[in-house]
Design a protein around this ligand. Structure first.
Ligand code: TRP
Length: 339
């Protein structure tokens, strides 16, 4: 049986937090260890440039996200782990796809439409502060995916539309340049795992950098404790029954606990556990899982030339796939040697 090819990208625009860990990093690492799967994971640093013109932040974030994956046990023998900007085939394919993708398709992209709506609300010009990177973001993402003929793309819900666009562009490319017998591209599918939690942040909204409500993944112990103590609760006293299902403390607990531990905590809530005690137990649970990787993470950050070596080796492995595909694509569009 041929292996299923899975690919996903992580935008390098911040410090990895518990929401990234539970929603993306932990499942990606689990998948990297499976022998029936060929996993491609990359640091989407070109995507980071769309939102951020802060060079030090992009650089630091790339280092931190790479270190986090390695510290948490990514299997780099089985999975191919690379940085988007190390593959010249990505922007090359991106251009060719730009020449196939309909502008009208991009007009419908949520991220772009959201930015326009915000401008209009503020009484600005619709295109105020919208760069071409944001506009054609879905095309770059399609290039990332199609270059490796990935079958499955694990993503958050907000990315489903981008996958639909990647399929649309792939289909168009197959129609224009391929044949039924030899389609150029596999049509990729989004995989949104309902079992994977979207973590709540300190204020109870989705944990997200843009809300400023995150708990960074590798905080030193003391600070982790402090952050957990900041998770919003209500004024119920010890002894008063508490509703687990509306509590961020419980929801985060569930993302780290075994089913038995979750059932036990549910009972504790019903019996009126004090918020301070629930948070103390939550700290211990999270800290147990992250204490060892935290040490490795700090070591890796201090030796970033090692991280660089791993990424370079990953890029070499990735290019074994991307070079021939790009050669086929060049030939298909008519860019060939003349004699
Ligand atoms: N846009 C994705 C996000 O913000 C990151 C990403 C870039 C990606 N290229 C990709 C995800 C290709 C999957 C496949 O989450």
């Amino acid at each position: 049986m041929s292996k299923e090819r899975v690919l996903t990208g992580i935008t390098t625009s911040g410090t990895p937090h518990l929401g990234n860990y539970v929603g993306a990093i932990r499942p990606a690492i689990a998948l990297s260890r499976r022998s029936d799967t060929e996993a491609f994971y990359f640091l989407a640093d070109y995507h980071a440039l769309i939102k951020s013109q802060a060079p030090e932040m992009v650089h630091q974030s790339t280092k931190e996200i790479a270190a986090a994956f390695l510290a948490l046990g990514l299997d780099t023998d089985n999975a191919i782990f690379y940085r988007q900007s190390d593959l010249p085939e990505i922007p090359e394919l991106c251009w060719m796809l730009n020449c196939l993708a309909a502008k009208g398709l991009m007009n419908r992209a949520h991220a772009y439409k959201g930015a326009v709506a915000k401008n209009l609300e503020a009484g600005e010009d619709p295109d105020f502060r919208i760069n071409m990177g944001l506009y054609s973001y879905p095309v770059l993402m399609a290039a990332d995916i199609l270059l490796f003929n990935a079958h499955k793309v694990p993503v958050g819900r907000d990315q489903i539309q981008h996958l639909e666009m990647a399929r649309d562009i792939a289909q168009r490319c197959n129609h224009v340049y391929g044949s039924n017998k030899h389609p150029l591209f596999v049509l990729p599918e989004a995989v949104v795992d309902d079992k994977v939690a979207t973590l709540q942040g300190l204020d109870g909204r989705k944990m997200s950098k843009s809300y400023g409500n995150t708990i960074p993944l590798f905080l030193p112990e003391k600070q982790l404790k402090k952050h957990i103590n900041k998770i919003k609760t209500n004024l119920l006293e010890p002894g008063e029954p508490k509703d687990p299902d509306s509590s961020a403390v419980f929801q985060i607990w569930e993302a780290f606990a075994t089913p038995e531990q979750t059932a036990a905590m549910r009972t504790e809530f019903e019996n009126g556990i004090a918020w301070g005690e629930a948070k103390k137990q939550l700290f211990e649970l999270i800290n147990d899982e992250l204490a060892e990787p935290r040490v490795r993470y700090q070591e890796l950050l201090e030796d970033s030339s090692y991280i660089e070596e791993v990424l370079q080796a990953g890029a070499e492995k990735a290019r074994v796939y991307s070079r021939p595909l790009m050669a086929r694509m060049r030939d298909a569009v008519g860019i060939r040697p003349l004699g």
